[in-house]
Design a protein around this ligand. Structure first.
Ligand SMILES: NC(=O)c1ccc[n+]([C@@H]2O[C@H](COP(=O)([O-])OP(=O)(O)OC[C@H]3O[C@@H](n4cnc5c(N)ncnc54)[C@H](OP(=O)(O)O)[C@@H]3O)[C@@H](O)[C@H]2O)c1
Length: 240
């Protein structure tokens, strides 16, 4: 039981990678898992699916500092925080409305800083924060500059933050294409074909699963010497 007697907060825990991480943490003996997200309905569904009285929930948008602080308020002591919250809506800069890319900045830059501010006073010295970036930080293409910038910002934060909040550790998981509700909502009816095409591009021959990314998050949470690191999960596609 790798998380025996430890409490994990998953900011963005109602679906996808965050949900898979919550489920894995419970299987690994966590004493409590708190799921935070914007939609109370999605959180209620997640709690129902997990069917475990160690699960609590809080409604907050990560970009809303006051709401996030209120969601953390019932928690007195935390072992680990995993931040999975984020949407993907930006396109080419020239045709993307400022309000759209502002949402990305609010979630992935200010949102992550909000998490640091509310979580650090409650985190044990042996604890950790794990953020989520994305492989666009390493493999940009036309129309991805905004997302690439935001993902790179997350990885920059991870390199510097350990110096500010030591001995609390800070890392990031960096997924390639992973089969989750987010990807399915973006790709729509062609999801299976898009995932299959991505799978063909990478040496491993398929897209990733939320459970595989959750497994990497658990490693970053439990290995006591990994710090300031971004862990890339792309099925070998980083150099494809
Ligand atoms: N799936 C991929 O292929 C892939 C690849 C690279 C990076 N990523 C990144 O991995 C993270 C998780 O993605 P996923 O695929 O698991 O997506 P997902 O299934 O949509 O899960 C996202 C979770 O975060 C919550 N959330 C979204 N925006 C939020 C906000 N502003 N404040 C608080 N909670 C928020 C969602 O619930 P609510 O909607 O109710 O808030 C949900 O619980 C995202 O940051 C995504 O960009 C994913």
């Amino acid at each position: 039981m790798k998380l025996d007697q430890q409490h994990l907060v998953v900011v963005g825990g109602s679906t996808g990678i965050g949900f898979a991480t919550a489920r894995l943490a419970l299987a690994e003996g966590a004493s409590g898992v708190t799921l935070i997200g914007r939609s109370a309905d999605k959180l209620a569904t997640a709690k129902e699916r997990l069917a475990d009285d160690r699960v609590s929930t809080g409604v907050a948008d990560v970009s809303d500092a006051a709401a996030l602080s209120a969601a953390f308020a019932p928690l007195t002591s935390i072992d680990h925080v995993y931040v999975s919250a984020g949407t993907l809506s930006a396109g080419p800069i020239a045709v993307t409305e400022p309000a759209v890319y502002a949402q990305g900045v609010n979630e992935r830059i200010w949102g992550n800083l909000n998490v640091v501010r509310v979580a650090v006073p409650k985190l044990k010295p042996s604890g950790s924060i794990t953020f989520t970036s994305g492989m666009l930080s390493q493999r940009p293409s036309a129309g991805t500059a905004i997302t690439t910038m935001l993902a790179s910002g997350v990885e920059g934060l991870v390199r510097a933050l350990p110096f500010e909040i030591a001995p609390i550790r800070v890392n990031a998981v960096v997924p390639g294409m992973v089969d989750t509700p987010l990807i399915r909502s973006l790709v729509g009816d062609n999801t299976d074909a898009a995932l299959a095409a991505e799978g063909k591009r990478v040496p491993i021959g398929r897209a990733g699963t939320a459970e595989e990314v959750a497994d990497a998050v658990l490693f970053l949470i439990t290995n006591k010497y990994i710090n300031g690191e971004s862990l890339y999960l792309h099925g070998g596609g980083r150099y494809a």
